[in-house]
Design a protein around this ligand. Sequence first.
Ligand SMILES: Cc1ncc(COP(=O)(O)O)c(C=O)c1O
Length: 312
Amino acid sequence: MGAARYIWIDDSLKPASEGVVPFVSAAVQYGFSVFEGIRCYATDKGPAVFRLDEHVERLLDSAHIVGFRELPVTAEQVRIAINKTIAANEFSACYIRPMIYLDGAMSLTVEAGQPRFVVAVWEWKAFLGAEAKERGIRANIASFTRLHPNIMMTKAKVSGNYVSSILAKTESQRAGFDEAIMLGPDGYVAECTGENLFVVRNKVIYTTPRAGILEGITRDSLLALARDLGYTVVEEPISRDQLYISDEVFVCGTAAEVVALREIDFRTIGNGKTGPITRALQQEFDKLVAGRHPRSAQWLAPVPAMDAAAVR
Ligand SMILES: Cc1ncc(COP(=O)(O)O)c(C=O)c1O
């Protein structure tokens, strides 16, 4: 993981060593912060951020959902901060983590604290491991149920939500799997710990309805790419045993990108390899983020070069 030299705090770039949060803050004590996971890709025209506008919109939507009223930043200021943090660190490709967190607020109301804004970046290549993309990974059904939408806000990327993900993924890996599939409170497949899930059966692509999951931006991109390739895509509830009899299952997310599940609960999926539709979508996605796809111009935002003096 390549370390950054600079971090954005509130309204300016600071040395990365200053990127610390106060211990007495609702962000640390209660997990009350909202964040985004975004990727910047190396393209022939320089670094470019994938679906920047949509990620910034989701960050501000998350803040709105959890009840922040006065935000410390506008969408435009978030975009500028992200671009400057990438440029200052001179990364050609990186992972981007903007966050709005609640500073103070030990008395359990949003009003009791101050929202603060930070952007961290780092080089993060293979989230699920280098082999995962090629071979696919092994998953199990978590013993933990995915968040109930009236208990935690599933449309918001709230830090506290990820305790549930860590519980499930740790259990999964300790049991010898790579990733956990989480069923929702209704008993149907919801999503993985940091990815949305797709199934292929008889050349039709299925994915879960949006109500109980994080509405993934990679998911949305793959729906468009699949339709571009002429596939029928159906959004409907998926049961655990429908996974077992699928031809292909794959998961997607900003960190993981597109990865096949070759085995679920000790049952081989399809022929136990990355299937042809998963592979086709992986290839389209790779072209897209490399700037070599008809949709690239629409979805990749080039990072403006920055005057070195502006960093100091
Ligand atoms: C719980 C969860 N589901 C799905 C996703 C995939 O979303 P995206 O494609 O926007 O990264 C993520 C990652 O952000 C996630 O944390």
